[in-house]
Design a protein around this ligand. Sequence first.
Ligand code: HEC
Length: 173
Amino acid sequence: MKKYKVAAGLFLLVIVAAIGAVAVPNPLGAQILAEARYRGYLPYTPDEAVTLAYGRCTTCHPAEKMLKYCSRCGPPFIVVAHSMKKYTELMNQKGGNFKPFSDAEVVAITQAWNGLVGNWEPDWGSNDIHKLLQGDQALIRLAETPIADRPIEMALKNKQAPGSHKENREIIP
Ligand code: HEC
C-alpha cells in the first residue's frame, strides 16, 4: 500500500516536473498540482493551507465558527476537523454533494486553524484525543507529531486570524 503510494507519488512528480519544464502556468497544471496535494503526494504550503482552511470549512457555516472557537468551547481543532470530515461524509451518505475531505487536507487545515486561532491540545490528555479521533490515522499521526515538527503550524505560529482571539497553550518547548 505504502509502496504503491510512493510509486504513484513519483509518477505524479514526474508529471509535475514535466509541467514545470514547459513552464507555462496553465489551468490543467494547477489542477494536477491541486490534485497531487489533495492526495498527499505534494505538501501544502502554509499559504495554501490557509486558503484551503477558509475555503473548505466555510461551505456550511461562516468562518466565524472557527474564529470564535476557543478552549472553553470544546475539544481542540484536531478533533473538530475530524468531526467535520465525518459529518461531511454523513451528509453525503444522506444525499449531500460535498467534496469529501482528504487526509492531506484535514492535516493541513488542522495546522492552519491551530496556527491562526490556537492550539489547546496540551490541555487534553492524549488518550482523550486518540479516543475522539476514532481511528482517523492521518490525524492520529498528526496528534503524535510534536508541534515543533508540524511545518504549517510552525510557519503560522506568529500569525493570527483577523477576528480571532488567539490562544496558544505552552506548545513550544
Ligand atoms: C458539511 C457541512 C460542514 C462542513 C464542510 C464543515 N462544518 Fe463545521 N459545523 C457544521 C455543523 C452542522 C456544525 C454544528 C452546527 C452549528 O453550530 O452550526 C458545525 C460546527 C462547527 C464548529 C463549532 C463547534 C462547536 O462545538 O461550537 C466549528 C469550530 C467548526 N464547525 C469547524 C469546522 C472546520 C474547521 C471545518 C473544516 C475542516 C468545518 N467546520 C467544515 C457543518 C460543517
